[in-house]
Design a protein around this ligand. Structure first.
Ligand code: C2E
Ligand code: CA
Ligand code: CA
Length: 651
């Protein structure tokens, strides 16, 4: 204790504090389990180096201030300790400049670049190492203190100054792709390093310098190495920020590279309903596999069920992309593990070439959003930018905006399509269908805007809007008197996985005094067990309150009859593709015929969708379908026209 509290031993206290700080930093660094970043390895070298500097510095201070240590370390030992410390001090600016280069994804590819970076360090290391044999640069006094022989000693510092000049150059040139917080952090880091030179010379002591190096390393941990900003906690891959940063810094340097996207179908939805550990474990399995396939471990998981593998110096046409996709395809034929179970995942690859196909971050995200739609349609070949029409890219951007503001701008309207029930000969129900009318583009089809709304999240507000409009119509008009028994309302899968769906629906119903039996919610089937769990929970709650359900688009999706049969829905809606193709061929007719038989045998009601002709209607009624919906009876109508229709046809 006395060693630390004696005033002229304060250096030792500094040393110990610095050592503890670096040690903590080292622990933080090692404990992160990540699959991303070359800069991380360089940073590891910096911390290890700083740790070594501190350790040697402490040993030197102990030697100077304590007889006991003098006896153990010996004058000769002290000399080596000091030289080792100095050499690692001069390695620090070298690693720092490599670090900055790694941050900006710069490759030191030419010999000239390598030389420029390495020569000052080699020179400094040699100069200090020569201290073992000569006293040319420095010597030791009787007490064991280092004495520099200026000007020789000063020449070594020139190397350090060179590093600072190049670092300043890089930061000024590329710093604009950094956030301001990082920009400041990296400047502070270099400022402290630079300040180290006069401090060391004036105080003849490294302790304060070592302490500040430790602090600035910690600063880096929380900015540049900040795990939560650059590394996705769940998957261990780079985050969206890291990807954006990679793209923008590479574009500034006019580098060519390819982003190979692997879209894992429905992954976002699976993850949304799994417990965090299970989700994280699954993501980790996928990313550790993919990481092995990409050079330098450039793997990102920007979310939205997409993994991005980055291939520097490669265009999408090169064989390596094709080969990697082939490997991925093979792996995805095998199952993945989740909570002790196995699941199979379906992936679709797509490739974007920089800077030829995307020359800015904005452009990239526009292309991405169009691709994600196209991906749903195909999953065999690698989807390429050339497969998309660029008009779609512009259109998509526009529609995204229109959809986001449609509700606030009052551009949405609910239409109603009457549904006919042959048994009573009346239109006892209808389906509520959303319409978006843009002042410039006119009507935009739900097939176009619904997927956009699902992606940008506006779907939740839209469906709430539909529900309240429907309730308002039921309670404020004479539609009940016209014979309307219930309204079919579409739910998106995004609605179905909201845990508060049931509460929201029931609150709206009671607000308008609408009975739960007066609406029927349409859901579609999905292939994921996980989704079904939350969805079924919602269905259960709503059914307990008296709301019935319809299975929409039946016959298009996965249609595992056994499982679908066990779903607690009252109505099956036979998809219009089944109905319409039934009249094309004998086989297709048999498909429809048997579907109707199966559904009937389960004791469920059937709505036949897309009935367009009188002949179709006649046949379908003969088969025993309970309800018919389609243009033959009526197109979807605006509210007032629908009311007129009901009044006219049901009385
Ligand atoms: P859906 O649920 O299958 O709705 C039936 C679609 O078939 C409607 O298309 C309707 O206009 C169309 N249709 C009706 N009769 C016929 C016919 O005889 N022939 C043909 N060819 N088509 C017919 P729409 O209105 O364009 O809606 C498309 C899809 O958008 C809907 O398919 C539904 O999945 C979604 N959607 C529409 N409104 C909403 C909504 O309010 N919320 C949600 N979540 N989805 C909606
Ligand atoms: Ca529907
Ligand atoms: Ca449908």
């Amino acid at each position: 204790m006395e060693l630390l509290t004696r005033p002229h031993n304060y250096n030792i206290s500094f040393n110990i504090a610095a050592l503890v700080l670096v040690f903590v930093t080292l622990l933080i660094h090692i404990s992160q389990e990540v699959h991303y970043s070359r800069q991380r390895n360089v940073f590891g070298a910096i911390i290890a180096d700083a740790f070594f500097i501190n350790l040697m510095g402490l040993a030197h201070q102990c030697y100077l201030s304590n007889d006991y240590f003098k006896y153990i370390i010996t004058a000769e030992g002290n000399k080596y300790i000091v030289i080792a410390e100095k050499i690692s001090v001069y390695l620090l600016p070298y690693f720092s400049i490599i670090y900055v280069a790694a941050i900006f994804q710069m490759e030191l590819d030419s010999l000239l670049k390598k030389a420029i970076v390495a020569i000052p360090t080699i020179y400094a290391v040699l100069a200090f190492a020569s201290g073992v044999w000569s006293d040319y640069y420095f010597s030791f006094d009787a007490a064991g203190n280092l004495k520099f022989n200026y000007y020789q000693g000063a020449t070594v510092n020139i190397g350090v100054i060179l590093y600072f000049i190049s670092a300043a150059y890089l930061l000024l040139k590329y710093g604009k792709s950094l956030t301001s917080e990082k920009f400041i952090a990296i400047w502070v880091y270099f400022f402290i390093m630079l300040l180290g030179i006069p401090v060391r010379i004036l105080t003849r002591s490294g302790s304060i310098f070592e302490f500040s190096v430790s602090i600035s390393l910690l600063l880096c941990v929380y900015t540049f190495q900040n795990p939560s900003e650059f590394v996705d906690r769940m998957s261990g891959a780079g985050t969206r920020n890291a990807l954006n940063f990679y793209i923008s810094t590479s574009l500034i340097q006019k580098k060519e590279f390819t982003a190979l996207g692997v879209h894992v179908n429905k992954l976002a939805v699976i993850l949304g309903v799994e417990p965090t550990e299970a989700a994280s474990d699954l993501l980790n399995q996928i990313s550790s596999y993919l990481k092995k396939l990409c050079p330098e471990g450039n793997l990102f998981y920007p979310g939205d069920a997409d993994f991005i593998l980055v291939f520097p110096d490669v265009t999408p046409d090169e064989a390596v992309i094709e080969k990697t996709v082939e490997q991925i395809r093979k792996r995805f034929k095998e199952p993945w593990k989740i909570r002790g179970d196995e699941i199979k995942l379906v992936q679709s690859p797509y490739a974007i070439g920089f800077p030829d196909e995307a020359d800015s971050l904005d452009r990239y995200s526009e292309i991405r959003s169009v691709m994600s739609k196209a991906i749903l349609r195909q999953n065999r070949e690698i989807l390429r930018v050339s497969d998309l029409s660029l008009k779609t890219v512009e259109q998509d951007k526009k529609i995204n905006n229109i959809v986001k503001h449609a509700l606030d701008n009052g551009h949405l309207e609910v239409y109603y399509q009457p549904i006919y029930s042959p048994e009573t000969g009346r239109f006892s129900s209808c389906e509520a269908l959303l319409r978006l009318k843009d002042p410039q583009l006119g009507f935009i089809s739900p097939a176009v805007f619904m997927p956009v709304a699902e992606r940008n999240g506006t779907i939740l507000a839209m469906d709430k809007y539909v529900l309240s409009k429907v309730c308002e119509m039921i309670s404020n008009t004479a539609v009940r008197d016209y014979g309307l028994e219930y309204v079919e309302i579409n739910l998106s899968i995004v609605d179905c996985i909201q845990t508060n769906l049931a509460e929201n629906v029931l609150r709206t119903l009671s607000k308008y005094d609408v009975k739960p039996s007066e609406i029927n919610l349409e859901v579609t089937e999905t292939s994921e067990e996980g989704i079904n769990a939350v969805m079924e929970e919602n269905v259960r709650k709503l059914m307990a309150a008296g709301v019935d359900f319809s299975m929409d688009d039946f016959g298009t999706g996965y249609s595992n009859i056994a499982r679908v049969a066990s779903m607690p829905v009252k109505i099956f809606k036979l998809d219009k593709s089944i109905i319409q193709s039934a009249f094309d061929s004998e086989v297709n007719y048999m498909v429809m015929y048997n579907m109707v038989k199966i559904i009937k045998s389960l004791g469920k009601e059937i709505v036949a969708e897309g009935v367009e002709t009188g002949e179709q209607a006649r046949q379908i009624i003969k088969l025993g379908c309970d309800h018919l919906q389609g243009f033959f009876y009526s197109r979807p109508l605006p509210r007032d026209q629908f009311l007129d229709f009901m009044k006219e046809h049901n009385s």
